[in-house]
Ligand binder design. Structure first.
Ligand code: EPU
Length: 484
């Protein structure tokens, strides 16, 4: 079998080989497995229950610096935007996380060429969608990453048709895509739903007036991409104002789109007939930055979170100041110094610029150590408190009542075996483990790997005691004939 080193793999050369391998092994085992291809050409499979774990020993304050990676939630729509042109799009500051690999596989399955930088440039990717052949996002990919639905708008706009699996429910809530569909209809697409797939078609989309019933981040992004190539002008109201939406518009405008107002509730798009290639640097990940900021405040550390945009963290930093944390902000870094006791402060999640739902779980961990009672209200997703139960197992006092969690603070946490359930819930457990007494073992850390780049290495570099286990496989597994 030909092995292509991971960092040199170009999509068309490497991905099909690995996906064939996966298919063969999956067929054999009928179990969720991870396949590892070694450099000597052998392959091993690891059943899910043997996947990586983190072992964390609590008690160390976070000290020094941590550098933030590019924003996953800005990189995903930027990669989808490459569908809109037959010229190469070069994206820099792409985080090395699993969701990005999933999107890369999705684009490759459609016929895109995805080239990865290597060495110092391994955060750069070049995507060329000149020869798209298969405008489809299959269930297998969409179910692991809902953001796959971001290809819907660009595919209809560029190829005149798209077949994208409906995402179904997920760990944090129902997450329907009705607003994406309604918006595309407004732009003239014909939509059919069959066998769990959305099939959309349009000879050429035309501009329209879209008023979102509810604010949706990827919905705004999906329709902004579709409208960029539509005939005539589109007015979108009640749009998401997240920095990731503005970053996508910046990329699209570099590609020749005419978009105004991204980052506000009203976006105007004058459709053009063709978009060209461009080079763009993805904004820093505000949720990763916020996670380290909370971890520093919680552990009583002195940490500078670098390469971030503090203006994207305003709601969080204000809340932390209310909790008694000393925050100092520089142009592209935030220093957190916390020698005092934390005070409880209630918090409600809201769309940007409000407190992000993606920081709610981490904030709940902080609230377990603050003096007093914090009422945390989750307004964006209906089922985003799965971390609460695991925190209770570590000694927290949390009562969940519908969309509210009542956290009685200042309860000591003790290390335990805990399960990660979704990306941000997992982050909250990692930072709980940093202050727990004794050792915590976190299972299913593949959830963290979806959106945090080498979190354990970054934390270890800032004085935390954390290590990943399960990387070294005890023995070579049998691989079925014809697979390796
Ligand atoms: N909604 C609908 N219909 C739709 C779309 C959304 O009812 O067609 C509802 C959702 O069910 C939810 C609310 O609207 O209740 C907001 O959902 P939104 O569409 O804004 O979420 P999303 O675009 O699917 C993005 C991020 C999430 C983040 C949310 C909210 C990406 C790739 N994902 O999701 O990030 O939580 O916005 O800020 O940008 C994460 O990174 O861990 C993550 C989950």
């Amino acid at each position: 079998m030909k092995i292509v080193p991971k960092h040199r793999a170009t999509g068309s050369a490497a991905v099909p080989a690995v996906s064939n391998l996966l298919k063969g092994v999956n067929d054999l085992k009928k179990l969720p497995v991870r396949v590892k291809v070694r450099f000597d050409g052998s392959a091993v499979y690891v059943p899910e229950n043997l996947m990586d774990k983190f072992v964390v020993r609590g008690g160390n304050p976070l000290l020094g610096n941590i550098r933030v990676s590019g924003a996953k939630n800005a990189a995903l729509p930027a990669m989808a935007a490459a569908i809109l042109t037959d010229e190469p799009v070069v994206l820099e500051n792409i985080p090395d996380v699993r969701d990005i690999q999933t999107e890369r596989n999705l684009l490759v399955s459609m016929g895109a060429e995805v080239e990865l930088g290597y060495g110092k440039a391994h955060h750069r990717t070049t995507i060329c969608c000149r020869d798209l052949v298969n405008p489809e996002a299959a269930y297998e990919l969409v179910k692991t990453m809902r953001a796959s639905t971001l290809v819907l708008g660009p595919l209809v706009a560029r190829m005149g048709r798209a077949r994208v699996s409906l995402p179904g429910g997920c760990a944090i809530g129902a997450r329907p895509i009705d607003l994406h569909i309604k918006g595309l209809e407004q732009l003239g697409a014909t939509i059919r739903q069959e066998h769990g797939y959305i099939e959309a078609s349009a000879e050429r989309l035309r501009g329209g007036h879209i008023v979102f019933d509810k604010i949706t981040v990827t919905g705004t992004e999906d329709l902004m991409m579709a409208a960029a190539l539509a005939q005539g002008e589109t007015l979108m109201e009640n749009c998401a104002r997240e920095p990731e939406v503005a970053d996508l518009a910046a990329l699209l405008n570099k590609m020749g789109a005419r978009i105004e107002g991204a980052g506000t509730a009203t976006i105007r798009i004058k459709g053009v007939t063709k978009l060209s290639g461009a080079r763009h640097r993805i904004i820093p990940d505000r949720i990763e930055a916020g996670t380290f900021v909370i971890a520093a405040a919680l552990t009583g550390g002195d940490l500078t979170v670098t390469n971030c945009d503090p203006s994207h963290l305003s709601a969080l930093l204000q809340k932390l100041q209310e909790c008694g944390v000393t925050v100092s902000v520089q142009r592209d870094s935030v220093r957190i110094k916390n020698g005092h006791r934390l005070k409880a402060a209630g918090m409600s999640t809201e769309e940007y610029p409000g407190f992000p739902t993606d920081m709610q779980a981490q904030y709940m961990t902080l609230a377990t150590q603050a003096e007093g009672t914090s009422v945390i209200t989750e307004n964006i997703f209906e089922n985003r408190f799965m971390h609460a139960q695991e925190l209770v197992r570590m000694g927290a006092n949390i009562k969940v009542e519908g969309s509210r969690a009542i956290v009685r603070g200042h309860t000591p946490l003790s290390g335990a075996a805990v399960q990660c359930s979704d990306l941000r819930a997992s982050a909250s457990l990692v930072i709980a483990a940093l202050v727990a007494e004794g050792e915590t073992i976190l299972d299913r850390v593949y959830h963290i790997d979806r959106g945090y780049e080498r979190i354990e290495e970054k934390l270890k570099g800032a004085n935390a005691q954390i290590r990943r286990i399960g990387e070294i496989l005890p023995k070579r597994a049998q691989v079925p004939a014809g697979v390796a």
